[in-house]
Design a protein around this ligand. Structure first.
Ligand SMILES: Cc1cc2nc3c(=O)[nH]c(=O)nc-3n(C[C@H](O)[C@H](O)[C@H](O)COP(=O)(O)OP(=O)(O)OC[C@H]3O[C@@H](n4cnc5c(N)ncnc54)[C@H](O)[C@@H]3O)c2cc1C
Length: 392
């Protein structure tokens, strides 16, 4: 173990490992610190990804995939079920394996991975941030770095240490609880989403099959809705009514930042990626592939800054993020702001109308268009939301 690296990455989730890989394979020294004893555990995730997004990022190992998804079902509060054409397919991953393999790829490229290594501060000096303080095997240590990457997830503290404003509003922080169930009957190729104030106010409840009569069944509701009733209480009610014979093998809870990306994702020689930078798709809550995409962009900018010996010259990364994904996420955020206010009656009406469309028009866009055409007040709400966001 050295006490000096070109880059220290804090957090070995998908974003941290992809960033470490991208930098290590260009010949720079990288230390990847992970606080948990094993990468990928605990899994706080529904594990769903779009196949197209994942395949654009990496060669997909079949061992990562527990189910291939070809169908979506959207269930309105009345129980009416719409099955829009999703125009592609998705995967439910085994994140323990997936996260482990991503970290291993970084190590194969030359990065040093240290688990059970909890970062608790940055070292500041005359030239900006000079290193990281961390605890490993009960010992406090210090490592020097030219660039530091905060990939420490939703509870990130690296940004704050670097002086970045990272607070998310309660409303934008989805409170999630998920059970992994076995001994259940559910379609192996279908993800089902339930909406409505009695099931998942200001959010949704999901059933993602994991093959072999298993599924991740979870709920994500806004922090404000969770103040009134805890997500676990909604989830227990749902599971006992929909899967009475289920065996619960795991329960996890966690936050999902369905917010806009932080205004600043770099500060001097510190870079944030993934949930730490709030790079989750705010409409779906999915953050695996967008975090990996951001990590690739960050790695490119870091490599260039190291080659030019200007470790604070990282602005290429936020520029590329905003251009390629950030702008889209802003739109998704505004859509989320509208969708979360849909009353149950409107959701039921939209489902009924979509069911009357010819099958080829039952796409996700078809659902959205139906919502806007038949509920002009939603259109007005949309315009208002866009206007407010634009005039921020
Ligand atoms: C219940 C739930 C369901 C979800 N379902 C989906 C889904 O189906 N599909 C999807 O795409 N997204 C989903 N998400 C979001 C997704 O899990 C995250 O967006 C994704 O994991 C972000 O990756 P990351 O690498 O940024 O952070 P993480 O995967 O959170 O990794 C951060 C890592 O940093 C480590 N760390 C934190 N602090 C420190 C420290 N101080 N020192 C050292 N290490 C540290 C952590 O232990 C962790 O390993 C879900 C989230 C929740 C909560």
């Amino acid at each position: 173990m050295n006490d000096r690296y070109d880059v220290v990455v804090i957090g070995a989730g998908p974003a941290g490992s992809v960033a470490a890989l991208g930098i290590a394979r260009e010949g720079f020294s990288v230390l990847l610190l992970e606080k948990d004893p094993q990468v990928g555990i605990p899994v706080r995730c529904g594990e769903a990804v779009s196949a197209r997004s994942l395949e654009a990022l990496t060669d997909v190992d079949p061992h990562w995939i527990t189910a291939t998804i070809r169908r979506f079902r959207l269930v309105a509060p009345s129980g009416a079920m719409v099955e829009p054409d999703i125009g592609g397919h998705g995967y439910i991953l085994d994140r323990v394996r997936f996260d482990g393999d991503l970290a291993r790829a970084a190590v194969d490229a030359g990065a040093v991975l240290l688990t059970d290594a909890y970062a608790y501060g940055l070292v500041t000096g005359a030239n900006g941030f000079e290193g990281v303080l961390y605890e490993h095997e009960g010992e406090c240590r210090r490592v020097s770095a030219r660039i530091i990457i905060g990939a420490d997830g939703v509870e990130s503290r690296v940004g704050r240490w670097a002086g970045i404003e990272t607070a998310a509003t309660l409303r934008d922080m989805e409170c999630c609880t998920q059970m992994t169930l076995s001994n259940i009957d559910t379609a192996r190729d279908t993800c089902t989403f339930y909406f409505g104030s009695a099931i998942a106010p200001e959010g949704y409840l999901w059933v993602f099959p994991k093959g072999d009569r298993q599924a991740n069944v979870g709920i994500g509701i806004s922090g404000t809705a969770a103040q009134k009733r805890r997500p676990i209480s909604f989830l227990r009610e749902f599971v006992s009514s929909h899967f009475p014979g289920a065996v619960v093998s795991r329960v996890v809870a966690g936050g999902d930042p369905c917010a806009e990306t932080l205004r600043r994702i770099t500060a001097q020689n510190v870079v944030l990626v993934g949930d730490a930078a709030r790079q989750v798709n705010p409409l779906s809550g999915g953050g695996i592939t967008s975090g990996m995409q951001a990590a690739e962009m960050a790695a490119r900018a870091v490599v260039r800054a190291l080659r030019e010996k200007r470790p604070s010259r990282l602005s290429e990364y936020p520029r590329e993020w905003r251009r390629k994904i950030g702008a889209k996420h802003r739109t998704y955020y505004r859509m989320k702001e509208v969708v979360r206010r849909f009353p149950d009656a409107a959701l039921d009406d939209i489902a009924e109308r979509v069911l009357r469309l010819p099958p080829e028009k039952r796409t996700l866009w078809g659902v959205f268009k139906t919502a806007l055409v038949h509920h002009p007040s939603l259109l007005w709400e949309m315009v208002r939301t866009f206007h407010i966001s634009l005039s921020d």
